[in-house]
Design a protein around this ligand. Structure first.
Ligand code: AVJ
Ligand code: FE
Length: 382
């Protein structure tokens, strides 16, 4: 595939996720961590305008001088910006203008890409496209959060439940202790946080080749787990009590039966389906209840080639930290992953909402331990 085709395909994919949205759905922000669809569409476009067009296309004229302030997410090197919590306050630019912005940047990028053979700039374009793919997943999870917190539980798409997968088998895999190489060793794209190949020693372990199901989790709930402080980390116990949590996100008990909001609407919880929407504290407490534990990110990576994965982002027991040989790039691109290496846990795998060709077994996703609106799940180890 040529770079123009690759670019066009990823950009069109983002728009395809918006085809079930109404105008009203595009602009609102229901939580500070979730962004409006309109913002995602504009921010991913801003990324190409800011890091490619403005830097490398000589006569490029920016589409709108206000957009840097509105659509810069967190790059201090590129200037000040609105607060993340205020992304839903902008009824303007309208969605029509944002689509015009996308078309404008797409046309300039396509012209530029036809004759581009500078490796460094092509790498930046690839980063922009992988960035756009990350935002495709965020867009879906943010739309789910918006609809799932609307009392009428709107259907996004009746054929798009997304959380109905079941485990294919129930075996486990034994791995011998030893030194293993961790980090990305291929020649294709990866993020900077996967680089710096290094050795890690692990002891013998046995990892499940399947994920925790809704049925398993209902047993955990019904055992009284959400009121048993012995199962919880202290921060997790505070989180449970402060927020009066008694079930995964999107779960509701109706007529004594568990239901959950899916993108296909509110449905009965399918006990055989793989659990979704739990945070790190819940994953940790569940493992504690089972007398097992979560894998470290290294154990996960070592076992990955033998595992079924890709339905859920899987919480690991590893803090999101720099690898020993991590190199932060200079300038704005260096802010992409490195500055978030505190107070977050690593998730491995990929989810049903992850863009195709956007997963590999060295991929390090990361979120705060309280967050559970992504498609997250639990794999256990002993
Ligand atoms: C890797 C999913 C935690 O949500 O901020 C988007 C992805 N990075 N734009 C995030 C990302 C820059 C990132 N996560
Ligand atoms: Fe971003």
């Amino acid at each position: 595939m040529s770079s123009v085709e690759y670019f066009t395909k990823v950009r069109e994919q983002t728009i395809s996720f918006c085809k079930h949205l109404s105008i009203e759905d595009y602009s609102i922000q229901v939580a500070t961590f979730a962004s409006p669809a309109k913002w995602h569409l504009a921010h991913t476009t801003w990324f190409f305008e800011t890091f490619i067009l403005k830097n490398y296309v000589q006569d490029y004229v920016e589409f709108d001088a206000n957009f840097n302030f509105l659509f810069n997410s967190y790059y201090n090197n590129v200037g000040s910006r609105i607060l993340q919590a205020n992304r839903g306050n902008m009824s303007r630019p309208s969605i029509d203008e944002v689509y015009k912005y996308r078309a404008h940047v797409d046309a300039k990028m396509q012209d530029f890409l036809i004759n581009l053979n500078d490796e460094k700039i092509l790498d930046l374009v690839t980063l922009g496209l992988n960035h756009e793919q990350q935002h495709q997943e965020l867009l879906i999870t943010d739309v789910k959060y918006m609809f799932g917190h609307n009392p009428i539980f709107p259907v996004y798409n009746k054929d798009y439940n997304l959380i109905k997968d079941v485990n294919l088998n129930k075996n486990s895999i034994k791995i011998n202790s030893g030194l293993y190489k961790i980090g990305y060793q291929g020649n294709d794209f990866c993020y900077d946080n996967e680089l710096g190949v290094h050795q890690v020693f692990v002891d013998d372990f046995e990892i499940n080749n399947y994920l925790v199901t809704n049925g398993d989790y209902i047993e955990f709930i019904e055992s009284g787990a959400y009121s048993d402080f012995n199962l919880w980390l202290d921060d997790g116990w505070s989180w449970v009590n402060k927020n009066k949590i008694n079930a995964p996100m999107y779960w509701h008990k109706i007529d004594n039966e568990w239901h959950n909001y899916t993108l296909a609407g509110l449905q009965k919880v399918d006990k055989k389906a793989i659990l979704c929407h739990i945070n790190y504290y819940e994953a940790h407490a569940f493992a504690e209840w089972k007398g097992m534990r979560l894998p470290t990110e290294f154990e996960w990576e070592i076992a990955a080639q033998q595992l079924n994965w890709g339905k859920r982002w899987e919480w690991t027991n590893s803090a999101y930290l720099a690898y020993p040989n991590f190199k932060k790039e200079n300038g704005a691109v260096g802010e992409y992953n490195g500055k978030f290496m505190s107070n977050r846990m690593v998730l491995r795998g990929a989810s049903v909402a992850t863009s195709k060709n956007h997963s590999r077994y060295t991929y390090r996703n990361f979120f705060n331990p309280t967050e559970r609106w992504q498609f997250t799940g639990i794999r256990l180890v002993k």
